[in-house]
Design a protein. Structure first.
Length: 88
């Protein structure tokens, strides 16, 4: 797709109605192409290992859920034994 030239306000104000219509019609396919390209990039950014075929290693560190322990919690309180010695 060819790049369109840059226009200044003075150039556009001095252009005829037909020239402006031609310019808009030339720009329309490029705008449609760029919108589709942006949507494709946004769709790629939204994908991760849980909603695509990508491996979990491609998710990056910020997107990984915190690890969940497989151990069940016991019925005892955590920590050491209570000090039951008599203080002199």
């Amino acid at each position: 797709m060819s790049k369109l030239p840059l226009f200044s306000r003075e150039n556009l104000e001095s252009a005829s109605k037909e020239e402006l219509i031609t310019l808009i019609l030339q720009m329309q396919p490029q705008i449609i192409h760029l919108e589709a390209w942006i949507q494709d990039l946004e769709d790629r950014l939204a994908k991760n290992s849980s909603n695509s075929g990508k491996p979990p290693s491609s998710d990056g560190l910020a997107k990984k859920p915190p690890p969940k322990s497989l151990r069940e919690s016991g019925q005892r309180k955590s920590g050491g034994k209570k000090d039951t010695r008599v203080k002199p």
